[in-house]
Ligand binder design. Structure first.
Ligand code: SF4
Ligand code: SF4
Length: 401
């Protein structure tokens, strides 16, 4: 079924230019091959026997970021990213995928994540609300989880943590390993069932996309009936609007920076080796910009509510500046599956986001997604910008009632 969908989508995309202008990879490479219709034509041509999978064609196939921009701008909702993932699954099964991806797949099968040789943690108890931790929050930007839990506790929500240290399955699915993705997804769903939660909170739109759409469309896994899926930012924005949350206003220039790099669950040093800024110093004339995370375009209700910006406005009174590739046209910051398939290209996506920010005068970039924060912070110094986690900023300004 997935392969049949792929064939249909690429036949529709191969001569269509209607989403070409939003593709971030096409934007940075300026190569026609690396645009949505380029990938459509590549896959459709292979299926017709006009080309074969070789080093060059496989390199092109693995250059798509699986970001969802094309589909989100498609009036006929063509699932081109699913088609590309399906073609990659054929290639990977034949042993023709980039060599570096096979050890990655082994790590995902063995450890559930590509970052640390450590088993995922078992769900901690049962309750009405669960929070999916995943691998990026645990290993790439642990301060986000700690701060999110502080904020949730302030509104009376103390979730059961599930999937701590386990991928949501997106990376495996995107890179052509659907069986691995299904195993990860089934383990996450088993954790959810064990928690007995009727609400699952997620820290980023990437997790929302994986649970709501990818599990169903790419893996054939249904979502448990009666379980509500919600981003933490949306819940917090609702509680803010209801008067249940209050924040101190942060005057630019009034905060001392602090550093934190411990794992909020184990309290051990961050295994990523990164030292993310927990709180950075804001100074006068220090314009900030909110950076929409990767996969934002795949979460339509998020675009409608824009919860992160409403939370940010409650803390920083002065308006921020806005990146061009934001909201319904959010380009990812190199944090998608592309960082494993083609790290150099992924880095250029990060440079592009940082370059956008520098060009409009932003000196502080704020986001809540651990993967986006990690990608931005890796290269931020060379662009003269700082990176701040949204959850950490909110937790620091929280007024306890
Ligand atoms: S996803 Fe839609 S808009 Fe984009 S190339 Fe395919 S058919 Fe055209
Ligand atoms: S998923 Fe993203 S990178 Fe891939 S074709 Fe679509 S817009 Fe381009």
């Amino acid at each position: 079924m997935q392969l049949e969908d792929a064939k249909l989508a690429t036949d529709n995309c191969r001569y269509c230019l209607m989403c070409r202008h939003v593709c971030p990879v096409g934007h940075i490479t300026r190569l026609e091959t690396l645009t949505p219709h380029g990938w459509g034509l590549l896959i459709a041509s292979q299926r017709r026997g006009l080309i074969t999978w070789n080093a060059s064609s496989v390199d092109k196939l693995y250059s798509c970021a699986d970001c969802g921009l094309c589909r989100s701008h498609c009036v006929t909702d063509q699932p081109l990213p699913n088609a590309i993932a399906a073609a990659r699954a054929e290639v990977a099964a034949q042993g023709l995928a980039p060599a570096s991806l096979y050890p990655l797949n082994e790590a995902l099968l063995r450890w559930g994540n590509p970052y640390q040789p450590a088993e995922p943690q078992a769900p901690a108890g049962q309750g009405e609300v669960a929070l999916f931790v995943g691998d990026e929050a645990l290993y790439l930007w642990p301060a986000a989880l700690d701060a999110a839990l502080t904020l949730l506790k302030a509104v009376g929500v103390e979730p059961v943590l599930i999937g701590a240290g386990r991928s949501n399955g997106y990376v495996a699915s995107s890179l052509g390993f659907p069986d691995t993705a299904r195993r990860l997804a089934e383990a996450n769903l088993a954790d959810l069932q064990a928690s007995q939660a009727s609400t699952l909170l997620v820290l980023s739109p990437g997790d929302l996309f994986a649970f709501r759409q990818l599990y169903d469309e790419r893996l054939g896994l249904g979502w448990p009936a009666g379980v509500v899926l919600q981003e933490v930012t949306v819940l917090l924005a609702e509680r803010l609007a209801a008067g249940e949350l209050r924040f101190a206003r942060k005057e630019l220039g009034g905060t001392k920076g602090t550093q934190r790099n411990s794992d909020p669950i184990t309290q051990s040093p961050s295994p990523s080796g990164m030292v993310p800024n927990h709180l950075v110093t804001l100074s006068p004339g220090h314009p900030y910009a909110y950076v929409d995370p990767a996969h934002t375009v795949r979460a339509p209700e998020r675009l409608r509510l824009d919860a992160p910006r409403s939370l940010l406005a409650a803390v920083i009174p002065s308006p921020g500046v806005e990146l061009f590739w934001r909201q319904e046209r959010t380009h990812p910051a190199g944090s998608t599956s592309l960082k494993f398939a083609n790290p150099q290209l992924a880095e250029h996506l990060t440079y592009s986001r940082l370059g956008d920010a520098a060009q409009i005068g932003a000196r502080l970039l704020i986001s809540e997604d651990p993967g986006t924060l990690h990608a931005l912070s890796t290269h931020a110094p060379r662009f003269g910008v700082q990176v701040q986690g949204l959850y950490e900023l909110l937790a620091e300004c929280l007024l306890i009632r």
